[in-house]
Design a protein around this ligand. Structure first.
Ligand SMILES: Nc1ncnc2c1ncn2[C@@H]1O[C@H](COP(=O)(O)OP(=O)(O)OP(=O)(O)O)[C@@H](O)[C@H]1O
Ligand SMILES: [Mg+2]
Length: 455
């Protein structure tokens, strides 16, 4: 959850808890006031009734006029308050209630119901009326729940209204303040996300708060270190791959200059021997065999030379060389697998070394597809497209085969490792693995550098 909203929700929760506590306190105070009024009333009326009884003290029996209710109760009752006398033998009126102003009662039903069941029963006050050894009854004072609930509601309602306004204003102000306070956090987060995406140019500005400023300094230092280390690694990989290529070229040259020349010489000698030995048919056959072997060896040697040094890129260009790789695979597959290629954008402008890397990567990917995939279709896609700040080359090789048999954590071969080294030398990214719908996918992306050993 967003930190801003989390804090605003916490503040709103605390404010609402305060409102609840305030409302409960107000409720408690109104209930207590009503209880006190009942207690005072029974005390007052009780004393007056005792006084009346004092005046009857010398009479033989209780006069019919007890209790003389009206003068005692007429001015003492609060609106909604009721007074009752229980347990007396007198016939005079024994209860009295003061009316309430019905128009002033706008208590919500839910509040009234809750108040009547939870609070009203505890507001009554009682007092016995002692007379000699006997009791002349008990006075009970109560409040009409409608009256006390209305009074409590009239105390709480403005509190609730005020609190609603206050809580809304507080949340709004808190949101603005927190938003401003967290602005550096947003910048830090976006820089971290940038770094996670591989953008090593991300840097943080200086912040006013010392702690945040320290974060910014450390982040910038780490990001600069990472950027340097990545550049060094790419340079190292480039040198490694270049050294590999140079070694291959050297071996190819040696093979060409030494073995190929000697094979040609061998073939020529065999032809001479054949011409000179016309009278010895056995020898003629053997020299023919020798010539055939030399010619086969020459074909194999040419294949090895092409593998070691793809001269074909210099002669035909990258797209044609890749197409010839695809064609070779189609020929070898004899219709079992359909290899195809799509190219978009100007990829011929890539430099010789970059083209050689692309060629090698596609060569390994196609070899892998034919070795491991058992696929019906293998597709190579090579695109040039605009990227952030520079043009990007994207190379994708997809197949619909069985996917890798090994655990990806235990790779055995060195083909994908070699591809990674080449991609690192191109300052790019490589992803290889099984596809969600089955098959295997390889995706390589790198920027088209226009200086040094790049494009
Ligand atoms: N197209 C593919 N389909 C299925 N699995 C693949 C595919 N490409 C690679 N793999 C899996 O990835 C592993 C690593 O491939 P990698 O090219 O590095 O090694 P290799 O082909 O086994 O050996 P090497 O390339 O060194 O001759 C393979 O062993 C294979 O399990
Ligand atoms: Mg391989």
């Amino acid at each position: 959850m967003d930190l801003k909203w989390l804090l605003v929700r916490r503040i709103a929760a605390v404010a609402l808890a305060c409102l609840l506590a305030g409302s409960l306190l107000a409720l408690y105070q109104t209930a207590r006031q009503a209880q006190q009024q009942n207690a005072e009333l029974v005390d007052l009326v009780g004393k007056r009734l005792e006084h009346q009884l004092g005046r009857f003290d010398r009479m033989a029996e209780m006069p019919k006029s007890f209790p003389d209710w009206d003068p005692i109760t007429s001015h003492s009752l609060q609106p909604g308050q009721c007074l009752e006398l229980h347990g007396t033998h007198a016939t005079s009126p024994r209860s009295r209630c003061a009316g309430v102003d019905a128009s002033a009662m706008n208590t919500p039903v839910w509040f009234f119901q809750a108040y009547r069941s939870l609070i009203s029963p505890y507001l009554a006050a009682t007092r016995p009326i002692p007379y000699g050894a006997k009791s002349q009854g008990t006075i009970v004072a109560t409040f009409d729940p409608k009256a006390t609930a209305a009074k409590a509601w009239s105390t709480i309602a403005p509190l609730i209204g005020l609190s609603a306004v206050f809580v809304s204003a507080l949340c709004f102000v808190a949101y603005i303040v927190i938003d401003r306070a967290l602005r550096p956090a947003k910048e830090i987060l976006s820089a971290l996300n940038g770094l996670a995406r591989g953008d090593l140019t991300c840097r943080l500005p200086a912040f006013r708060l010392t702690e945040l400023n320290r974060i910014s300094e450390v982040f910038n230092a780490l990001s600069a270190d990472l950027s340097r280390a990545t550049a060094e690694r790419a340079e190292l990989a480039r040198r490694l791959v270049d050294a590999q290529e140079q070694e291959r070229r050297h071996i190819a040259r040696e093979l060409h200059d030494e073995i190929a020349q000697k094979l040609s010489a061998l073939s020529a000698v065999a032809a001479c021997v054949r011409t000179s030995a016309r009278d010895a048919p056995d020898l003629v056959d053997e020299t023919k065999e020798l010539e055939r072997m030399a010619s086969d060896l020459m074909v194999s040697l040419r294949k090895t030379l092409t593998y070691l040094r793809p001269q074909v890129i210099d002669d035909l260009g990258l797209i044609q060389s890749l197409q010839s790789l695809v064609d070779e695979q189609n020929n070898g597959a004899r219709g079992q697998t359909d290899y195809s290629m799509e190219v978009a954008g100007d990829v011929e402008q890539l430099g010789a070394e970059t083209s050689a890397h692309v060629y090698r990567i596609v060569q390994e990917a196609l070899n892998n597809a034919s070795k491991h995939a058992n696929a019906r279709r293998v597709k190579v896609q090579l695109n040039q497209r605009p990227g952030p700040g520079q043009e990007m080359i994207s190379l994708v090789v997809l197949d619909d085969g069985a996917g890798p048999a090994d655990e990806p954590s235990h790779p055995t071969g060195s083909g994908i490792i070699g591809m990674r080294e080449r991609v690192a030398a191109l300052s790019g990214k490589l992803a290889a693995g099984p596809l969600p719908g089955g098959g295997f996918g390889l995706k390589v992306e790198f920027p088209t550098l226009r200086s040094g050993g790049g494009a």
